[in-house]
Design a protein around this ligand. Structure first.
Ligand code: SF4
Ligand code: SF4
Length: 115
């Protein structure tokens, strides 16, 4: 699901929030390779277990957003970012995402106009 005329502004707001950024084993391999790190090294330095210890997530930064969001609010692993990131907000979203996401605002406006 997407709307060709509604695009991500790459503002970084969705990345600058607390919460799990889940990664699969394949994604870990891909990101580690992109960063020229051994999988074990990457896993130890940049991932954590979810509370139920069933899934692996990227770590948070000191301020609570994703550790891979740089100072310019861009993703340092954009080329290999996890599926969860690529799917937001078209395939999943937070309830309140319209408050911070340009796509959410545009979709809400469109829905109002069409109501
Ligand atoms: S991996 Fe990149 S796109 Fe995904 S939350 Fe982190 S900074 Fe954002
Ligand atoms: S908050 Fe919305 S517009 Fe901003 S980077 Fe995330 S998906 Fe793109």
């Amino acid at each position: 699901m997407s709307e060709p005329d509604i695009v991500c502004t790459r503002c970084g707001a969705c990345c600058d929030r607390p919460g799990y950024v889940y990664v699969s084993a394949k994604e870990v391999e891909r990101i580690a390779g992109y960063l020229n790190l051994a999988v074990e090294d990457f896993t130890q330095r940049y991932t954590r277990l979810s509370d139920n210890r069933r899934r692996l997530s990227l770590i948070d930064s000191k301020t609570g957003g994703c550790a891979f969001l740089d100072d310019a609010r861009q993703c340092r692993i954009q080329a290999v970012k996890p599926r969860q990131c690529a799917d937001f907000p078209w395939r999943w979203r937070y309830d309140e995402y319209e408050e911070f996401c340009a796509i959410g605002r545009a979709l809400a406006q469109r829905a109002q106009a069409n109501a």
